[in-house]
Design a protein around this ligand. Structure first.
Ligand code: ZN
Length: 469
């Protein structure tokens, strides 16, 4: 196999990686991103210093199936000012204060006239909500309910949004890492939310760190990394790469990965596609608990990538999944909510899931007539009684209890991996399947298979793995 000596995801030490993730979260958090505009360019430009990728532009007005790339939005300032010149709401304090894609306004109006354009969250009175109006021209302000309660309803206010909407372009980033297997996977995230930590920003940072890690190693499969604005970015990308995207085996949408709470896993629409299985086994082999969510059309860009013409199974690994945490789409999803430490933990799960795809293989036994004699090949412990023999229980993972030193336990697991690999090497079970059936780590089974291949007891068969779902 061509990936025998691949390094695992350990090229950067844990502390350095956490510092890098924390630094990126802090650097990028203040930027006012939207569907289009300089906030996205600035963000992708900064990320590109960490991992190389191409930045592309699609002009406003470009038709993408049923959609059109919108005009580019720029905002310089916005405020609600009392008549004595004091800013009551100030975009400079928090870019969530302005409804994304707000049209310009410069007017004096009563509180009652203004009220229809104010958005708050009464149930979360300290939080500024996140609102956008991309395709319906309007303007508005978002503020905490406490701020609203503090406004004098008998006063008139000067309202100003200094924004422009004019033809420009939609910006996205991409990089294709080429492997040798002929299998290609899609790794996406979205870059369009202003100052929030877990939603959008954490995904952008993880996408970049994962790209940097994969770009530094030899790969068996190809990985297409795409990052752009949510929805219109995915649709525009699909429309411009239709034939390439028809060849994608499956993929991962990276979103909401750095919260303090539970890991989550959202299945692809297939539910048991190789990408789903690789992700579940990653959690299992890392010993991490997680919540599994069914596929749901209310989510991120999987609904476009998985739409009928493309049908790319896309799963998501997250930490505090969107829609599930209280601060979602509010100003409280900030740098106190997310951490570089959490992000790096989720990065490890993505890394392991991809490692599982890389290591997956289907083998055929070259000694299918009974169990081959392992001891004469040095593949069996010479001292009888060192390890417990297989007890034939229905779930071998639960039946593995060994006495003796740690070395003996490891030795016993290696022997188990060797025996199970030989047992299932009928050309019908891939390594992920055997890992699921036996409870043995994917990596251990892979190592056992390598040894068995070296001893001419197994050989990999050429089989498109993505069709095994
Ligand atoms: Zn969002």
């Amino acid at each position: 196999m061509d990936n025998q000596n691949l390094p695992l995801f350990t090229s950067v030490s844990g502390a350095d990686l956490t510092n890098q993730a924390t630094g990126l979260l802090h650097d990028l958090f203040p930027i006012c991103r939207s569907l289009t505009g300089d906030g996205v360019r600035q963000t992708l430009g900064r990320l590109r210093l960490v991992a190389a990728f191409e930045i592309m532009e699609i002009p406003s007005g470009t038709r993408c199936y049923d959609w059109t790339v919108p005009d580019e939005w720029a905002i310089r300032d916005a405020y609600i000012e009392s008549m004595d010149g004091k800013r009551v709401i100030d975009f400079r304090n928090n870019n969530l204060h302005v409804v994304g894609y707000s049209t310009p306004v410069d007017a004096v109006m009563s509180f009652d006239e203004l009220a229809a354009s104010l958005h708050t969250l009464p149930h979360l009175p300290q939080a500024i909500p996140y609102r956008t109006s991309y395709y319906h021209p309007t303007w508005g302000f978002c503020l905490s309910h406490q701020q609203l309660m503090g406004m004098d309803r008998s006063q008139r206010y000067r309202v100003r949004i200094d924004s422009t909407l004019k033809p420009g372009s939609l910006t996205y980033g991409e990089r294709l890492l080429r492997g040798t297997s002929g299998q290609e996977y899609l790794i996406t995230s979205y870059c369009c939310h202003p100052s929030m930590g877990n939603d959008s920003l954490s995904g952008q940072v993880l996408w970049t760190l994962l790209l940097a890690q994969l770009a530094s190693r030899k790969l068996r499969h190809s990985y297409r990394f795409v990052i752009g604005p949510e929805t219109i970015g995915a649709i525009a990308y699909l429309s411009q790469h239709e034939s390439e995207m028809k060849r994608i085996a499956g993929g991962l949408v990276i979103t909401t990965v750095a919260g303090p709470g539970q890991f989550g896993f959202k299945r692809s629409f297939v539910g048991n596609h190789i990408v789903d299985r690789a992700a579940r086994l990653a959690f299992r082999d890392l010993g991490l608990k997680y919540i599994e969510y069914p596929f749901d059309i209310h989510g991120s860009d999987e609904r476009h990538y998985s739409s009928p013409h493309f049908r790319i199974p896309m799963a998501t690994i997250c930490k505090d999944k969107y829609h599930e945490y209280e601060y979602y789409h509010t100003s409280l999803d900030d740098l106190r909510f997310v951490s570089g430490e959490s992000l790096v933990k989720t990065l490890a799960v993505y890394g392991q899931a991809i490692e599982n795809l890389e290591l997956n293989e289907t083998y055929r036994s070259l000694h299918p007539y009974c169990e081959p004699m392992l001891s004469k090949r040095g593949l069996y412990p010479t001292m009888g009684g060192q390890v417990k023999q297989s007890d034939g229980s229905a779930n071998p993972a639960e039946g593995r209890v060994y006495g003796g030193s740690n070395n003996q336990v490891i030795h016993a697991e290696e022997l188990d991996a060797t025996l199970w690999m030989m047992f299932y090497a009928d050309g019908l079970h891939d390594v992920l399947d055997i890992a699921e059936k036996t409870g043995l780590p994917v990596r251990l089974l892979h190592i056992a298979a390598e040894h068995l291949c070296a001893h001419k007891l197994l050989e990999p068969i050429k089989r498109p793995e993505a069709t095994l779902s």
